[in-house]
Design a protein around this ligand. Structure first.
Ligand SMILES: NC(=O)c1ccc[n+]([C@@H]2O[C@H](COP(=O)([O-])OP(=O)(O)OC[C@H]3O[C@@H](n4cnc5c(N)ncnc54)[C@H](OP(=O)(O)O)[C@@H]3O)[C@@H](O)[C@H]2O)c1
Length: 391
């Protein structure tokens, strides 16, 4: 483990220096990783493990999207792809339980009935174990219970791996039955494609994760973007202007740069007008949203969020209802405008070339305008500010 300074607090991390891939392969050489569930995480982690030379098999029920994806990715039924939990658990030594969290609750009795002493049960979320009074997931004391939680979508797990980098993941040991739980989890973490690992507990992982996705990662940002768009529209701005000033510029320009260089760099690199506005209004937004963040964290800690997840996501008609809810977002003016704005991005012109002439024309027109605007007066990120320290 390396000790690193995170804003003045010393924390441990495991990088590929501490656990190089050949060492991870060595630790896992007698293991068979059985992945239950071929959703975004099962797919990303499974393919990375396979490409890293780890023995891996998949368990996925037939008939759904996961099965189709698994076949398309080259898993072969009866060889390394199985329909039942029992078939996978019989062959595997490390079982990655990567069904949806509601699916884990439903399928737990079956999995529990076939686990053997010495196996490791691995999660990518602390959910099932931490909220065991609601899920019933209490692993037997004879198995290791570990966690590797990639801090990003399954698609990013795979995309970063293919790009030669890696996603960062947290890891934890909840139960060490074999005395090998720690080396197993760290080796597994590197082998699924993590760039580095940082330690957590099952509790801290699930509380921070549920807060994050309901907050700034998705829920808060979707809500705040809609509020800004609606205000601009109510004040007479056009849909394209409102969308560009709210979503397009943030996701395409500012947020990637903020991610790369930090918020101080980003604000410093904007126009003085933008700097003043951002620094003054950040405080107001912090004050306005903090009570909501506190309410959210309380709701996570009491288990209310977990219960709602189990009740809604476990319902047989969940996917249909989800489609209905997503349709509300898809068909609202703001995100319909967004689809048009996205079609105008130069990288999306190919579709227009295949016969959608008006969109192509519009894109050309807009590109000319953007190029002229850029030349005349770059509004944001006009110059890289001097780097202070190591970022
Ligand atoms: N997605 C992320 O960004 C992310 C990031 C970090 C950690 N995680 C965690 O990783 C785990 C897996 O998440 P995910 O996003 O990959 O998958 P998911 O979309 O939550 O779940 C999809 C998988 O679960 C299967 N499934 C759902 N209900 C089932 C049931 N009742 N019986 C049998 N199979 C069932 C699906 O099969 P069908 O295809 O047949 O429906 C599919 O294989 C979760 O614990 C999640 O919290 C997710």
């Amino acid at each position: 483990m390396a000790i690193m300074d995170f804003g003045g607090v010393q924390e441990e991390v495991v990088t590929r220096e501490e656990m190089p891939l050949p060492r991870a392969r060595q630790i896992l050489k007698n293991e068979v990783v059985g992945i239950l569930g071929y959703g975004p995480q099962g797919q990303g982690q499974g393919m990375n493990l396979r490409d890293n030379g780890i023995k891996v098999i998949i368990g996925q029920r037939k008939g759904g999207r996961g099965w189709k994806d698994a076949i398309a990715d080259g898993w072969v039924e009866g060889k390394n792809l199985f329909q039942t939990i029992e078939e996978v658990v019989a062959r595997a030594t490390i079982i990655e339980f990567l069904l949806s969290d509601a699916g884990q609750k439903e399928q737990w009795p079956k999995l529990a009935s076939c686990l053997r002493a010495g196996q490791a049960l691995s999660f990518s979320h602390g959910f099932s174990v931490v909220f065991r009074d609601r899920t019933g997931v209490v692993p037997p004391p004879s198995v290791d219970v570990i966690l590797v939680a990639p801090k990003g979508a399954g698609r990013t797990v795979r995309a970063n791996f293919l790009a030669g980098s890696g996603i960062n993941s947290s890891f934890a040991v909840h139960q060490d039955a074999t005395g090998r739980a720690r080396e197993r989890v760290i080796a597994l973490g590197i082998a699924i494609g993590s760039g580095y690992l940082f330690p957590t507990t099952f509790e801290n992982e699930v509380y921070s994760d549920l807060t994050g996705e309901r907050g700034v990662l998705l829920g808060a940002i979707a809500g705040m973007m809609k509020a800004q768009y609606d205000v601009l529209r109510a004040m007479g701005h056009s849909p394209s202007e409102a969308f560009n000033e709210t979503v397009e510029e943030s996701t395409q320009s500012l947020y990637p740069l903020m991610g790369k260089n930090g918020v101080d760099w980003m604000i410093g690199a904007c126009s003085t007008t933008a700097q003043r506005g951002a620094l003054d209004w950040a405080k107001k937004f912090e004050a306005a949203t903090k009570p909501v963040m506190e309410e959210l964290y309380r709701s996570v800690r009491t288990g209310a969020e977990a219960q709602r997840t189990l009740d809604t996501c476990g319902a047989p008609d969940y996917r249909e209802r989800l489609e209905g809810e997503l349709d509300v977002w898809r068909t609202m003016e703001m995100w319909k405008a967004g689809a048009t704005v996205r079609s105008l991005r130069p990288e999306n012109w190919a579709g227009a070339k295949a016969g959608k002439a008006p969109a192509r024309k519009a894109a050309k027109k807009s590109a000319k305008k953007t190029a002229a605007k850029k030349k005349a007066a770059p509004k944001r990120a006009k110059r890289p500010a001097k780097k202070k320290g190591k970022r």
